[in-house]
Each structure stands twice: as structure tokens, then as C-alpha cells.
Design a binder for this molecule. Sequence first.
Ligand code: C5P
Length: 222
Amino acid sequence: GGRKPLAGRRAIVTSGPTHEPIDPVRYIANRSSGKQGHAIAAALARLGAETILVSGPSGEPVPSGVSMVRVETAREMLAACEAALPADIAVCAAAVADWRIDCEAVQKIKKEGGALPSLALTENPDILATLSRLASGRPSLVVGFAAETEKVVEHAVAKLGRKGCDWIVANDVAPASGTFGGHDNRVHLISADGAEDWPKMSKQEVAGRLAGRIARYFEDRT
Ligand code: C5P
């Protein structure tokens, strides 16, 4: 039930970590749980948006009313986002691995034989920057996240320009903040209009408030 201010809008949300294979049995990953991204997808769907959740490996349940596309690597995540276009809204909450192994081994790398393997890395595509800079079919509203351990707002404002997105949700991930894998989040919403400091709240509440702001953005435009 409830009001559906995003009815008729399409949203793509990225969530979770990515896994970047080293060989068939090993991978590089990070500590993202997918809690925040999944909660955002759920909140957008509740407001009526047709929501596609593109998620890396996460133990979070599939939110109701959301179409889930499961991916593993950053390149798969980008391809899934591109396949999900067109969209009015893109929210990139995934913790995409910055690098992948340059030359993934086809067979399991063996310990026997002595020599330590050296892992050459190469840069992954930036999904947020790619969606933000689409020459045609760019979503009207592209929202990124910034996980910072210091100078949170300052770094997030710089990131807004670098990525070309419209809003950044900046969160404090200093170890003491308990954000990673935890339930609470302290965020700042950064846009061209400045920074809004939100009080400490649960990731569900951040998601609900963000979805509400997104709905208001589209209401103000029409
Ligand atoms: O550059 P940084 O990783 O700090 O930026 C974080 C933001 O960029 C998040 O919104 C994240 O989902 C997005 N991102 C992305 N693809 C990458 C790296 C980050 O979409 N390869």
C-alpha cells in the first residue's frame, strides 16, 4: 500500500561487493555486505519504481518487488547495468573492486613447485562514472556513494565532480564507525546545492530517506 510517487520510473541499483577471480578457486573481494544497496532497492520499489538490483555476491535476501540480477565481477556488473538501461534513476551502492587480476589463471595455481605467484592487477571499469557520462540515454538522476575515513564531505564533493554523478551519499567508514557489515550509517547527501548532514540512522532509514528524496526530485521536475 502507500503512495507510489515513483510509479512509471525505472531504477537500477548496484549492491554488494564484486569478486575478481585469481584462478578457478580463488578471488579478491571486499567487506561490503550489500545491506545498504539492497535496502535502497527495496525502498525505491516500495515507492513504485520498477527496480532492477544488480548485485555482487551477498547473503542479503532479495527484496520484495525487485528484479535481481546476480553478478560476480565488475565487468559483469557493468554489462548487467548497461543491459538494464534505459532507466530514470541509477544508484551505485556496490563496493566495486578497483582492480582485477590482469591474467586470470585457467587452472588452479599450485603451491608445489616453490615460486610465489605474483598477481599483476589491472583497473576495473568504473560503473558509476560510465553511467554518469553516457552520451545518450543517461539516467536523469545518478547517485553514487563515497566511503571515506576522513574529510568525508570534502572528499565526496571532489568525487561528485570526478564521477560526473548528480548526488553522492557520503558515509563515514572509519573503523570506529562500525559501518561495514553493521546496521547503522551516518551519511551526508552531497549535490550541486551543497551538503546535507543526516543524523546517524539505520541503513534501512538511510534507504527510505534517500528514496523519498529521489521521489521529491522527480516531483519537483514535473
Ligand atoms: O571511487 P570510489 O570507489 O570511492 O567511488 C565509490 C562510488 O563509485 C560508489 O558509488 C561505487 O558504487 C562506485 N564505483 C563504481 N565502479 C567502480 C568503482 C566505484 O560504480 N569501479
